[in-house]
Each structure stands twice: as C-alpha cells, then as structure tokens.
Design a protein around this ligand. Structure first.
Ligand code: AP5
Ligand code: MG
Length: 214
C-alpha cells in the first residue's frame, strides 16, 4: 500500500501516519522529520535545509525529491510506504509520479486531512515533539504518559522551532499557495480521499481505515 498524507501544517498528518504505519508494518517517511534529524546531527543536508525551515519556507524541490526518491528505493519500501509532508508542490508530485511510472507503479491513496486554519493554530501552540523519534503529542489533547517525556523513547519533548506563531502563519500561507493545489492534482488522478481533521484522533483513524479497507 502506497499512501500520501496531505493536509496543512498541524492538520494531523504525522499523528495519523504513525498509526497507519504501525497497523500495516510499512515505513512512515516524513520529510520534515528527516530534515529535523539531519539538522540536529549537523549534516550537510541539515545545514542546507536550516534557513528555509526557520523561515517557514519550503526546502528546494531538487533537494527534497532526491532525498525521497532514494528513500523509497530502499528494500523496506517494497511492500509500500506512507509519505508524510511530501509531495508539497506540483513539481514534487510530478517527480514522484514519473519515478513510480518507470516500474509501472503509482500511489494508491492521497488522504487529505481537512482542517480550518484557526483550529490548526490552536493545535500547534500545544504540540510537543520528540526530536529523537519523531513522536508527536499535544499538551491537552494527546498528552504523554509522563509530562515532558516521550512515551516511546523517553527523550524530552519540545516545542518545534518552526511552531512559533510568526513562523506558523508563514507556513500556513506557503501551504495555501504551494501545497493546496495538490488536492486537485490527486483528485484528477482519482486517488484523493478527504477526511474531517476536526474529529478526535481515533475517529479520524477509523475513517482512514474505512478508506484503506474498502
Ligand atoms: P513538516 O514536519 O512536514 O511539518 P508540516 O507539514 O508543517 O506539518 P506538521 O508536522 O507541523 O503537522 P502534522 O500535520 O504532522 O500534524 P501533527 O500530527 O503533528 O515540515 C516542516 C518543514 O520542513 C517545512 O516547513 C519545510 O521547511 C520542510 N519540508 C518538509 N517537507 C518538505 C517538502 N516536501 N518540500 C519542501 N520542504 C519540506 O498534529 C499537530 C498537533 O495536533 C499535535 O500536537 C497533535 O498531537 C495534535 N493532534 C493531531 N491530531 C489531533 C486530533 N484529531 N485532535 C486533537 N489534536 C490532534
Ligand atoms: Mg508532522
């Protein structure tokens, strides 16, 4: 199963992608998580992505596409994968479509988590993320078992640098301008499925399960 998670920053892509990946035993590929772990480790890729991420802008398409194409070529992706945060522009979507077409493959579903900007801003201000394993929490809605610590790896959970209110607003503008057109792109390919992102986390998951198991 090859799935794309679409949706604005903070819509809940990562939260749902983690659960889907666990359920089907397929890799969860989050470009944001890959950039953040490279940034933390101080790699060349992390340094290249840093200034874009800090400003709430997108990392250039060529860099991002190369990264994802290499990742989906790895053996653990043979049975499928979930892309979270990629593609984010029409050129990235074209790159993915063409790369898969070489082996007569295509994506199965693009799941769009639909959520109003006002709710997104409320959720992001309460989000805490584990920079070690990528798990995501919310201080009120989805708290960790022990305050300030990741349930999975025990590392501290923090407010992401790009979750500051000014950067968050920029990310939403960039989303509406560059990423939202992908909703039409995948609708035309016949693989778009919309889910209501304002529902509780487990209800969204069961809506997604209905889509994937229909
Ligand atoms: P990325 O890490 O992908 O961030 P994003 O798209 O902005 O999305 P988020 O991770 O902020 O939100 P999410 O939808 O995963 O929501 P979450 O599940 O955490 O990208 C970061 C940056 O990297 C970009 O700005 C860009 O610079 C760069 N980048 C990445 N990919 C790129 C690409 N392809 N091209 C170019 N540049 C790229 O949920 C949000 C909060 O809500 C959490 O606190 C969660 O616990 C809570 N929550 C989730 N679901 C619910 C629910 N149902 N009810 C209540 N609370 C909920
Ligand atoms: Mg995320």
């Amino acid at each position: 199963m090859k799935i794309i998670m679409l949706g604005a920053p903070g819509a809940g892509k990562g939260t749902q992608a983690n659960m889907i990946a666990d359920k089907y035993g397929i890799p969860h590929i989050s470009t944001g998580d890959i950039f953040r772990s490279n940034l933390q480790a101080g790699t060349g890729l992390g340094m290249k992505a840093k200034s874009y991420m800090e400003q709430g802008l997108l990392v250039p398409d060529d860099l991002t596409c190369d990264l994802v194409m290499d990742r989906i070529d790895q053996g653990d992706c043979a049975k499928g994968f979930i892309l979270d945060g990629f593609p984010r522009t029409i050129p990235q979507a074209e790159c993915l479509t063409q790369a898969l077409a070489k082996t007569r493959e295509s994506m199965d579903y693009a799941i769009n988590i639909d959520l109003a900007d006002e709710i997104i801003i409320e959720r992001i201000s309460g989000r805490r993320a584990c920079l070690n394993c990528g798990a995501t929490y919310h201080i009120v809605n989805i708290p960790p078992k022990v305050e300030g610590m990741c349930d999975h790896c025990g590392c501290p959970i923090v407010l992401r640098d790009d979750d500051k209110p000014e950067t968050m607003r920029k990310r939403l503008d960039v989303y509406h301008e560059q990423t939202q057109p992908l909703v039409d792109y995948y609708e035309k390919q016949g693989i778009l499925r919309n889910v209501d992102g304002s529902l509780p986390m487990m209800e969204i998951f069961s809506e997604i399960m209905k889509v994937l198991e229909s």
